[in-house]
Ligand binder design. Structure first.
Ligand code: UDX
Length: 463
């Protein structure tokens, strides 16, 4: 479609794959409709613009004038020892001013800007910057609505003392205010600075509330009650237009490289629904001991497996050095360990029978869209809420708690999930959600209608 002059959208993603990917998919949707898109991105984890030729990229530098490499809090050596909460705090601090400046230059630079789409994590600073230059701000929430309900309830949960009981023996107690969550499902993360975590969450929730609209990468048939509950407390209109990656065939994340072809070749040789695909997303890391339990559990299950082990994700090692000599030879062609895959391709492959996941929202949604049952091992934040919904609400997966993750338990759960035809209807429910995800994107489907509403909404801003 022709790009419409004067229909320009600025986007400000958070620089982690779980946030950047959905933002770039959303950029693809806007582009497809005829908008031009400029991505304002941080110099930290900067993307490769050549992979996304449809968009204009502008790098936002961070305030490090006069800082040496050792002083720069966003240098590799500094960030490698930071917990996620501290990293987000530093990103928010360091990019606040430079973002303001870049935004002002973009808005003042000729072509009319329709609106800014900022990740909810950037919070109210993005709001202030947009106000200053007279541009409306729409928020993209990359996570699900159910987990957002839990984030929005943080002040209440805190008053009631839920966070202080999390580590103790009452972790299986229900959170009465947020059924079906249990205390252990609350979306927290281990950090040296819990106060900062509350600040980040509250800023995200308040910044979403005060926006001119909220775009969700979810769909009504999946999270209708949670979306309704939230929207009843918000003035900003909601646009649940997900799943983003299914909107059009030419979205940028679908490009394949040589390794992807090798993986597809390996998958092609496996029986239908025989492969367990294991991946814990782009951020979580594991202890060497856990890594070895997973390796032996997968091997002993005797199921074909495809396992993503990111470089540096096993603490204290570079990649696979911890595996005993001869381990891979013992597996032969039955198992494959890789550094990264094109997950959308893998989940859509007929050989994949189940997904062992950390339940990041993108992984959850991608698996649901392909009708693939899940083994849920959440690590932190929203993953815990997502896992509870996968297992107890949508009933498309089973749980394997991280604290109970030894090789015998892994072997047992992997075998069980692969025998799933005999489980009570999991496979049918998975296929039902897959169909619902397709229907919501059809001409009269809910996500298509919300997308039409979203377009009218943003076009009304400059009228
Ligand atoms: C983070 C948080 O951990 C998660 O809880 C939150 O919902 C989003 O931000 P991440 O851990 O990376 O995300 O998980 P997830 O949301 O699942 O996103 C990972 C993305 O990377 C997915 O889109 C997945 O398709 C992609 N991916 C992952 C690959 O393409 N290849 C891989 O090998 C692994």
């Amino acid at each position: 479609m022709e790009e419409r002059k004067g229909r320009r959208i600025l986007m400000f993603p958070v620089p982690f794959p779980g946030h950047f990917n959905p933002m770039i998919q959303l950029a693809g949707i806007f582009h497809h409709i005829g908008f031009s898109v400029t991505i304002l991105h941080t110099s930290y984890n900067a993307p490769d613009p050549s992979r996304h030729p449809h968009f204009t990229f502008r790098t936002i530098p961070h305030n490090n004038e006069g800082e040496s490499e050792e002083e720069d809090p966003l240098s590799k050596s500094q960030t490698s020892t930071m917990d996620l909460v501290s990293l987000i705090r530093v990103l928010k601090q360091k990019y606040a001013q430079p973002f303001r400046k870049s935004l002002a230059e973009e808005v003042g630079g000729g072509e009319t800007v329709c609106c800014l789409v900022s990740d909810a994590i950037w919070g109210r600073r993005a709001e202030d910057a947009a106000k200053e230059v007279g541009v409306r701000r729409v928020v993209l929430r990359t996570g699900g609505a159910a987990s957002f309900c839990a984030f929005a309830a943080f002040p209440l949960l805190r008053d009631k003392g839920y966070f202080s009981i999390q580590q103790n023996t009452r972790s299986d107690d229900p959170v009465i205010e947020l059924p079906p969550l249990k205390v252990k499902d609350l979306p927290v993360i281990e950090t040296n600075d819990p106060e900062e975590l509350y600040r980040i969450i509250n800023d995200m929730v308040e910044g979403t509330k005060s926006s001119s609209g909220v775009i969700w990468n979810t769909f009504e048939d999946l999270e209708r009650p949670q979306l309704m509950e939230l929207s009843s407390n918000y003035q900003a209109p909601f646009f649940p237009i997900g799943p983003f990656h299914k909107h059009c065939d030419d979205l940028p994340s679908k490009t394949k490289n040589k390794e992807d072809y090798e993986i597809t070749y390996w998958l092609d040789k496996q029986d239908p629904k025989s492969v367990i695909y294991a991946s814990f997303g782009s951020l979580a890391d594991i202890e060497e001991k856990e890594f070895l339990e997973i390796a032996w559990g997968l091997r002993n299950s005797e199921q074909p497996f495809l396992w993503v082990v990111r470089m540096g994700s096993v603490r204290g090692t570079e990649w696979l050095e911890a595996l005993p000599t001869g381990f891979m030879e013992g597996i032969g062609h039955k198992g494959k360990i890789v550094k990264w895959v094109n997950q959308l391709e893998v989940l859509a492959h007929p050989a994949v029978g189940a997904f062992w996941t950390h339940c990041g929202w993108n992984s959850t949604l991608e698996s649901i869209c392909e009708g693939v049952p899940m083994i849920c091992t959440p690590c932190f934040t929203d993953q815990r809420v997502n896992a509870r919904y996968i297992v107890d609400v949508w009933r498309v997966g089973m749980v394997l708690e991280r604290s109970k993750m030894d090789k015998r338990e892994i072997e047992k759960v992997v075998r069980r999930v692969m025998m799933i035809e005999k489980e009570d209807g999991i496979r049918e429910r998975c296929l039902d959600f897959k169909e619902k995800a397709n229907i919501c994107l059809s001409k009269d489907g809910s996500s298509s209608k919300y997308l039409d509403n979203l377009i009218s909404h943003v076009l009304s801003f400059d009228s």
